[in-house]
Design a protein around this ligand. Structure first.
Ligand code: IPM
Ligand code: MN
Length: 365
């Protein structure tokens, strides 16, 4: 008995446990996060790691109630977690910009989550609006710079509301910021080990300062990766190729603004916001994982939105935490559910409720 107790204690000590900050957020965020956690708990039970979850009440509801968006103390607390899991931020009664800047962008910038990693992968059985394209054609990832560019907040407005008003919004691109992003893309491409090709997406023909820096940095870094092919596409052409020949892409690296735009297009070709997930990554710090679809206020509380994007965000989190086997099991379970169970990935058309989809995936882990 004594011995048994010791063994249990030993096992308990050995078992890894991750401290996760959970931010369910607004709208349907809490509903999809609940299903994501259901799946993560199932993975934890089957793959022998612990989850130490701490919920944070952040978002539009809280802002309306208390007048506070997110304090610096909260931000400092978040810094100490192993990872963060986010539902959605955005509220119809709150002026656009307040929550985005005060929560989402503040976390990304201040925790230096300088990569926004967004896989675009079409699973078998999922409808894509691209005629004649299938899972073998749509499998790439976008590495979006996540800490500078037009998002840095540089610029200002003069003589606002007068006929002479001037608005300036500058794109900040630093050698350090661009280089670490480009380097991440090459490293990730090598690890992915698929086509072994990195495409720089820019606009060198017009944005001749910013993308001059990007282009030079890209080809300099590329010299260190002789095993990886390089390619370039202007952002407008990249949109065209993503629709016409998505099979040309393996890893796309781009700046913050272009990355924001092309990943919504990417989400659509992989089956929509119901499945698209992303990670805000600081390779040496705390990273945050989120479904990229937003808070979908009109569906709030109806138990009809698709939780698979949130579940896949959890899957990405497991990968970053180094729980590769668990991550693979979650992806397989999701593939089975999209391939054999749900009728559609769209809210209200799945043939199952939000909770039932969570149960289906969790039951397969
Ligand atoms: C995204 C979102 C955010 C962005 C908004 C909500 C600030 O669109 O994560 O893509 O523009 O980055
Ligand atoms: Mn976006």
């Amino acid at each position: 008995m004594e011995h048994e107790r010791e063994c249990v204690a030993e096992e308990y000590r050995m078992r890894k446990s991750y401290r996760i900050a959970v931010i369910p957020g607004d709208g349907t965020g809490p509903e999809v996060v609940a299903e994501g956690l259901k799946v993560l708990e199932a993975a934890s039970a089957n793959f022998d790691f612990g989850l130490d979850l701490h919920h944070y009440d952040l978002g539009g509801e809280r802002y309306k109630r208390t007048g506070e968006v997110m304090s610096d103390e909260t931000l400092e607390e978040l810094r100490k977690y192993d990872a963060m899991y986010l539902g959605a931020i955005g509220h119809p009664d709150v002026k656009p910009g307040i929550l985005e800047q005060g929560i989402l962008l503040k976390i990304r910038f201040r925790l230096d989550q300088y990569i926004n990693l967004r896989p675009v992968k079409l699973y078998p059985g999922v409808d894509t609006p691209l005629k004649d394209k299938g899972p073998e054609d749509i499998d790439f990832v976008v590495v979006r710079e996540n800490s500078e560019g037009l998002y840095a907040g540089a610029g200002g407005i003069l003589k606002r509301g007068t006929p002479d008003e001037v608005a300036i919004q500058e794109s900040i691109n630093t050698r350090k910021g661009v280089e670490r992003c480009v380097r991440f893309a090459f490293e990730y491409c090598r690890k992915r080990n698929k086509m072994k090709k990195v495409t720089l997406c820019g606009k060198t023909n017009v944005l001749t300062f910013a993308f001059d820096l990007w282009e030079r940095t890209f080809y300099e870094v590329a010299k260190e990766y002789a095993d990886i092919k390089t390619d370039y596409a202007h952002v407008d052409a990249a949109c065209m190729w993503m629709v016409k020949n998505p099979e040309w892409f393996d890893v796309i690296v781009t700046d913050n603004m272009f990355g924001d735009i092309i990943t919504d297009l990417g989400a659509m070709i992989q089956g929509g916001m119901g499945i698209a997930a992303g990670g805000n990554i600081n390779p040496r710090g705390v990273s945050m994982f989120e479904p990229i679809g937003g808070s979908a206020p009109k569906y709030t509380g109806l138990n009809v939105v698709n939780p698979l994007a949130a579940i896949m965000a959890g899957q990405m989190m497991l990968e970053i935490l180094g729980e590769d086997a668990a991550a693979l099991a979650v992806e397989k379970a999701v593939m089975k559910v999209v391939g054999e169970k749900v009728k559609s990935l769209s809210a209200g058309k799945m043939g199952y409720s939000t909770k039932e989809v969570g149960d289906l995936v969790a039951g397969l882990i």
